[in-house]
Design a protein around this ligand. Structure first.
Ligand SMILES: *[C@@H]1O[C@H](CO)[C@@H](O)[C@H](O)[C@H]1NC(C)=O
Ligand SMILES: *[C@@H]1O[C@H](CO)[C@@H](O)[C@H](O)[C@H]1NC(C)=O
Ligand SMILES: *[C@@H]1O[C@H](CO)[C@@H](O)[C@H](O)[C@H]1NC(C)=O
Length: 301
């Protein structure tokens, strides 16, 4: 393969070198980052922006021999997702419904009425992360208690990262652990992100906590706020703040203990009585039997 590329490039350079007018197009294409399933623009232009008419374009993957797209005159061949955009302004290309398989290096040969040039261009394909999903452990947090906050984002590619902030903007990322799980479903690549922020003792005053998902290019891709109330309403601080609740609970406890006391007393007396009954009922047959034996004994009338 590399020898084919070398020949291809060498041939193009040769053609350029031997052109009688010797004019160089000085074509430049920007490195391209496409988003999967969206339209990708491959921007190319001539350095001097002079009056140039395109005769033909040939795009092939560096690792392949045949063109993936070519246009010559008004004949177009190849992958229908590729088109030449505004040929008057330069040989820029457009790919609709971008796929991960479009990723790679390409050799792009542009033939114009001012000369021709083949340049190498690269395409990388990314995928946006889905909106992050958050959860907590335990489900209801207790002020001052231990807590794990989770922020999960899936479907994105390449791997991004997650940062954590509280309501005051303090950065808690250093206390978090990021897990990345790569996936490949029929060529649809993604890296699932799961960030766990751990607190030994969480402070209610810092809520809501916010997680931000960044893509591999450090651009924010998603954001989620851990919704209030994540804290248990029966935490000790809240009871102190609400004396009415405390009074009701105290009153309830007094009545409760009275009832329990009464129940115990009842139970005690019942048991005591039944103990007596048992003693009597068990003693009776013994005495009866004895009496019976005495009666039946013929030697003891
Ligand atoms: C994907 O993310 C880019 C920014 O990185 C944004 O411009 C674009 O609108 C997003 N696409 C979708 C479908 O959310
Ligand atoms: C996020 O991922 C972790 C495992 O990495 C899991 O324990 C947690 O339940 C997930 N949360 C949500 C809301 O999916
Ligand atoms: C937050 O902290 C992380 C890691 O400690 C750091 O990489 C990041 O730049 C910080 N972000 C801001 C906005 O300070």
């Amino acid at each position: 393969m590399p020898s084919v590329i070398r020949q291809f490039t060498a041939l193009s350079l040769l053609i350029l070198a031997v052109r009688p007018d010797g004019e160089l197009l000085d074509l430049k294409c920007q490195p391209t980052v496409g988003i999967v399933a969206q339209t990708t623009d491959i921007r190319c232009q001539y350095k001097d922006n002079g009056d140039t008419n395109i005769v033909g374009v040939f795009l092939k993957k560096s690792t392949e021999e045949n063109s993936i797209f070519q246009m010559y005159g008004n004949k177009i061949y190849g992958d229908k997702r590729f088109t030449l955009e505004n040929p008057r302004n330069g040989p820029s290309l457009k790919i609709t419904d971008t796929m991960f398989s479009d990723e790679g290096n390409y050799d792009y040969r542009v033939v114009t009425d001012r000369g021709e040039q083949t340049i190498r261009l690269s395409i990388t394909v990314t995928a946006n992360y889905s909106a992050p999903v958050t959860s907590t452990w335990p489900e209801t947090l207790i002020n001052g208690g231990p807590a794990d906050l989770y922020c999960n984002a899936t479907e994105g590619y390449p791997a991004g990262y997650i940062h954590w902030f509280d309501k005051t903007g303090t950065n808690w990322t250093i206390n978090s652990v990021l897990r990345k799980v790569p996936k490949d479903t029929n060529g649809r690549k993604s890296v699932a992100l799961s960030s766990k922020l751990t607190f030994k003792s969480i402070n209610k005053d810092l809520e809501p906590f916010i997680c931000i998902v960044f893509n591999s290019k450090h651009v924010q891709d998603g954001k989620s706020t851990i919704k209030s109330p994540i804290f248990s309403p029966e935490d000790p601080e809240k009871n102190v703040l609400e004396p009415d609740t405390t009074k009701i609970i105290a009153g309830g406890m007094v009545i409760g203990s009275l009832i329990v006391g009464l129940l115990f007393a009842l139970l005690f007396f019942r048991r005591k009585r039944s103990f007596h009954d048992q003693r009597r009922s068990s003693a009776q047959p013994f005495l009866t039997d004895y009496a019976k034996t005495a009666e039946d004994d013929p030697e003891n009338p």
